[in-house]
Structure formats: structure tokens, C-alpha cells
Design a protein around this ligand. Structure first.
Ligand code: PSV
Ligand code: MN
Length: 394
């Protein structure tokens, strides 16, 4: 094996990525939903579909669950555990849902009304309990809280309420669990969002407690924001908890990872790899996908996403950090930049295929999936009974 192939194999051996249950369900935009006969409606179908992606790629052993969409009141946890062993994927991060119920129209933990704040808190605490019982490490709440018009919200007071609530959530965690705080600058609130950016998420995580970290959703930034710099700062503060990966062009578009700007994701990986090279340790980062495809076949899009993530991670593994540091120190800008570009421009697909085969996986998971006839089979089985069903709004 060549030196670069070896580097890629080693990197891929430890690269795992979590799939979102909601990425397999029928989802839409605010203008409508395009249904797919083969899309999942039940939790069993979501586990089955995620299991397909894991069986073919070998790197997606867990599936993120969204509490209201996947674990409605009365759900039997044993059933969830059974699904896990049946389909070979375990429950991953637990995502409370404090944005969907009517009461949350003006926010959840930062709502002016104490009873709504309390309802949100209780739901998140219950989610912590679900997470414990399911053996899930990460609790990943996202707050849609915010306002639409200037002057309508007391921003400082809402910040305080959020911090108070998160502190209580943190107190309920087991010692091995983590609280991941996700930020988003707009949507559904269009004037101010209570956790708008990484700095706010960082302050809230620090206020919550030592097991809280920041979650970076790549779609949650303003245009042209330098995401890898945010990643570098969070790494240097030991506050980067994980990613929700997706791509975007205009807003939080939920496009397939790397479809618009693969170099952006590569640069993120480059920062992480450089940090790990420098510290000699491994950053504890949960890589997760947060995408729901309205137009593409959902499982195919997920396989495409995972393979893209692997390719970009493999490219980042080719960066010569020693040469990069030297060039930086000597201010040889072109040489430093080329350390990144050379790695990025390397075609790693053949080595990724070899790596898959070395693990007894299909060299081309997408083709293997298509040849399996899974979509046609599930479309036949699911089409009739899913008409009109709603299992997520992502
Ligand atoms: C919000 O846009 C978000 O990124 C959060 O992570 C939600 O949990 C997810 O999307 C699902 O809609
Ligand atoms: Mn997200």
C-alpha cells in the first residue's frame, strides 16, 4: 500500500457519521411536500432504512432520534431496542422538540410565560431520561426561540431564561452524557434568534455546565461566514461537540453535503486534522448528518452524503501538516495554501473503494443499493398505507 493509501485507510477506520431518522421520512418545504412511495413513516421503517445505509457503508452505526417524531408518549423502549438489534443501528443523539407545539409560538425555554418555559423544560428533561434509557450519549436540543419584530422581545431576559433552563437540563445528565447546543441565526424567527451564533452557544454551554458543548450545523450561518475559523476557535476552547452536516447555497437549504461547496467541508476537516496532529490526541466530535431530501431518493441521497463525507475526510487526511507548518512559519503563502489544495485535489475515490472492499463492503455502495431492489420493494409495501401520514416536518 502506498503511503497516502495508508493514511486514508487509517483515517477512514475511525470515521463514523450518524444518520438522522427524519432524513428517511417524507418532508417538504413550507410550500408543500412531495411524497415518495418508499419513504419511511414508522420508526421501524426509519431504522430499516438507516440500517441499509450502515450495512452498505459500514460507518453509520447510529441514528439520531427526534423525540416527538420518533418517540411519542407511550413508546415502548424495548421496541426501540428491538429495532436496533433487528436493523443493526443503535439510537444516537436524542433531539428534544420544543418548537412544534402551539404553546411554543413565542419560544420555549425563553418564552415570557413561565408555564411554557416549564413545559419545555419538562420535555427536555424527559428527553434526557429517554437518552439514558436508550444508552444515548448526546442530547441535542435546538431552540427555534426568537422574535420577528424589533422591540417585541426582551433579549437579555430571554438569554437569562435560556441559561437557567439549560443549567437545569445539565444537572439531569449522567456523567458520561453531553449537552450539545446548536445555534442558528434565522428561521423560523426572522428578526432575532435567541441562540443565533457560535459565540452565544458557547456562552450558554459554559453557563450550563462542563458537559455542554457547541453543535455546528453547517447550514446555520450567514452567507460567506468562515465556518472553519469557528471550528478552529471551538477546538482551541475544547468546546466543539459535533456537527450537523448539510450543504446550502442561500439559507438553511438542507442540500446534500458537498453538493455546493465541498471545499468548505474539507477546510473544516483540515482544521480538525491539524488540531489532532498538533495535540497528538483525537477530538471528541460527533459527526452527524442533518438533511432531509425532498426530491432525491432518500436512502440514495444518504449514501451519497456519507460517501462524500468519507471522501472529504480522506482528502483532509492527506494534508502534510509538517510541511504546512513550515510553510506558514516561513510565510511561504503559496506553498502553505497548496498543502491544502494538493490534498483536496487528489482523487481518493479508488482508495475509498479499496477500503470498503477491505472491510467486506461493496466498493460502490450506491450501485449495490440500487441493485438490491430495496426501493422498489419498500415502495410496494409502504405506498398504500402511508398516504397522508405525517411523521416529521423537517
Ligand atoms: C433546525 O433547522 C435543525 O437544524 C435542528 O437541528 C432540528 O433538530 C433539525 O433541523 C430538524 O428539523
Ligand atoms: Mn441541525
Amino acid at each position: 500500500m502506498t503511503k497516502s493509501a495508508e493514511l486514508i485507510h487509517t483515517a477512514l477506520d475511525s470515521f463514523l457519521i450518524e444518520l438522522p431518522s427524519w432524513g428517511f421520512a417524507d418532508t417538504g418545504t413550507r410550500f408543500g411536500k412531495f411524497l415518495q412511495d418508499s419513504a419511511a413513516t414508522t420508526l421501524a421503517e426509519k431504522f430499516a432504512d438507516a440500517g441499509q445505509v450502515h450495512a452498505l457503508t459500514g460507518v453509520c452505526p447510529s441514528v439520531a432520534l427526534h423525540v416527538l417524531w420518533d418517540l411519542p408518549a407511550g413508546t415502548d423502549l424495548k421496541e426501540v431496542q428491538n429495532l436496533s438489534s433487528q436493523f443493526g443501528v443503535r439510537p444516537g443523539s436524542i433531539n428534544p422538540n420544543v418548537f412544534q407545539d402551539q404553546e411554543y409560538k413565542h419560544g420555549s425555554l425563553s418564552n415570557e410565560r413561565a408555564e411554557v418555559r416549564e413545559k419545555a423544560l419538562q420535555h427536555i428533561l424527559e428527553s434526557v431520561q429517554w437518552a439514558k434509557e436508550l444508552g444515548s450519549r448526546d442530547l441535542a436540543p435546538w431552540f427555534a426561540d426568537g422574535s420577528n419584530y424589533p422591540g417585541t422581545a426582551n433579549i437579555r431576559r430571554r438569554k437569562q431564561w435560556l441559561a437557567d433552563g439549560l443549567r437545569k437540563v445539565h444537572q439531569a445528565l449522567d456523567s458520561g452524557q453531553r449537552l450539545l447546543i446548536e445555534y442558528k441565526p434565522f428561521e423560523p424567527a426572522f428578526y432575532h434568534t435567541d441562540v443565533a451564533d457560535w459565540g452565544m452557544a458557547l456562552l450558554l454551554a459554559r453557563a450550563a455546565g462542563p458537559q455542554a458543548r457547541v453543535l455546528v450545523d453547517t447550514g446555520h450561518h450567514y452567507q460567506a461566514q468562515n465556518i472553519e475559523q469557528i471550528v478552529a476557535w471551538l477546538l482551541s476552547e475544547d468546546m466543539l461537540g459535533g456537527f450537523h452536516f448539510n450543504d446550502r447555497r442561500y439559507a438553511d437549504d438542507d442540500l446534500t453535503l458537498g453538493s455546493i461547496d465541498p471545499y468548505q467541508i474539507f477546510r473544516i476537516f483540515a482544521e480538525i486534522r491539524h488540531y489532532e496532529w498538533e495535540t497528538g490526541g483525537r477530538a471528541d466530535i460527533a459527526y452527524m448528518v442533518d438533511q432531509s431530501h425532498n426530491l432525491k431518493n432518500k436512502i440514495e441521497a444518504m449514501i451519497q452524503t456519507v460517501m462524500t463525507a468519507q471522501q472529504l475526510y480522506a482528502k483532509a487526511a492527506l494534508i502534510d501538516h509538517q510541511a504546512l507548518e513550515k510553510a506558514r512559519n516561513q510565510q511561504r503563502l503559496i506553498d502553505a495554501e497548496n498543502c491544502l489544495k494538493d490534498a483536496f485535489e487528489t482523487d481518493v475515490r479508488p482508495v475509498l473503494g479499496e477500503w470498503s472492499e477491505s472491510r467486506k463492503l461493496a466498493a460502490d455502495p450506491l450501485r449495490a443499493f440500487r441493485e438490491s431492489g430495496y426501493t422498489e420493494r419498500t415502495a410496494r409495501e409502504r405506498a398504500g398505507r402511508k398516504k397522508g401520514a405525517v411523521s416529521s416536518y423537517a
